[in-house]
Design a protein around this ligand. Structure first.
Ligand code: GRF
Length: 202
């Protein structure tokens, strides 16, 4: 069973999807700890409700990125974490985290990367006039939403969409493909060739 940590700064619906799939026995992972940089993150309540260990690493206590990451590494290693799952974690990671967990940090992003990295991406997708958007699970590298892509799912963008309605449609797919990506990793079904993540048949 793959030992993971989920890092979240906000509502934590992706965390909830991972918890639910784990508890249903469909996800071969155990969530060792949920970490946030924001004491008011609702993700903390979700974790506590399911008796999952939590930790808060506040930016104010570690204003320098590398010191913040060093504390994260200490915490994650203490919990025996093998794979780090970013789920709405609003802080860029430095080389300190990347070197401690090489190709072992995943992120989910609400667009079809490499289109629309960064923030407010549903609004950008609507303004750009794309007909499809979606979500991407990717490995984290030193860039912004730029690491090798593991899974993607597409959804239509409707003429009537607002950023909120598009975000809601994308989230449904996020909740489906993030657990799926974790199962693929837990089963050791990936190899990486250059930028390409090759998924072996189950
Ligand atoms: C998701 O849209 C995810 O793609 C992005 O942040 C949002 C987190 O949502 N990285 P939640 O906290 O999991 O509900």
């Amino acid at each position: 069973m793959l030992k993971i940590a989920v890092l979240a700064s906000g509502g934590g619906t992706n965390l909830q999807a991972i918890i639910d799939e784990t508890e249903a026995g469909r996800l071969d992972c155990s969530i060792e700890v949920v970490v946030t940089d924001s004491p008011s993150a609702f993700a903390l309540e979700r974790a506590k409700k399911h008796s999952i260990a939590t930790a808060i690493v506040e930016k104010s206590a570690y204003p320098k990125r590398k010191a913040f990451d060093a504390e994260l590494v200490r915490l994650l290693k203490e919990h025996g974490v093998e794979v780090v799952v970013l789920a709405g974690f609003m802080r860029l990671l430095s080389s300190v985290m990347l070197e401690a967990f090489p190709m072992r940090i995943l992120n989910i992003h609400p667009s079809l990367l490499p289109s629309f990295p960064g923030l407010n991406v549903q609004q950008q997708a609507i303004e750009h006039g794309v007909k499809f958007s979606g979500c991407t699970v990717h490995f984290v590298d030193e860039g912004l939403d730029s690491g090798p892509i593991l899974l993607q799912a597409a959804v239509p963008v409707l003429d009537t969409d607002t950023p909120e309605s598009l975000a809601a449609r994308i989230l449904i797919e996020e909740h489906r493909i993030y657990p799926e990506a974790l199962n693929i990793i837990a089963a050791g079904r990936i190899s990486i060739e250059g930028r390409r993540v090759i998924i072996k048949e189950a």
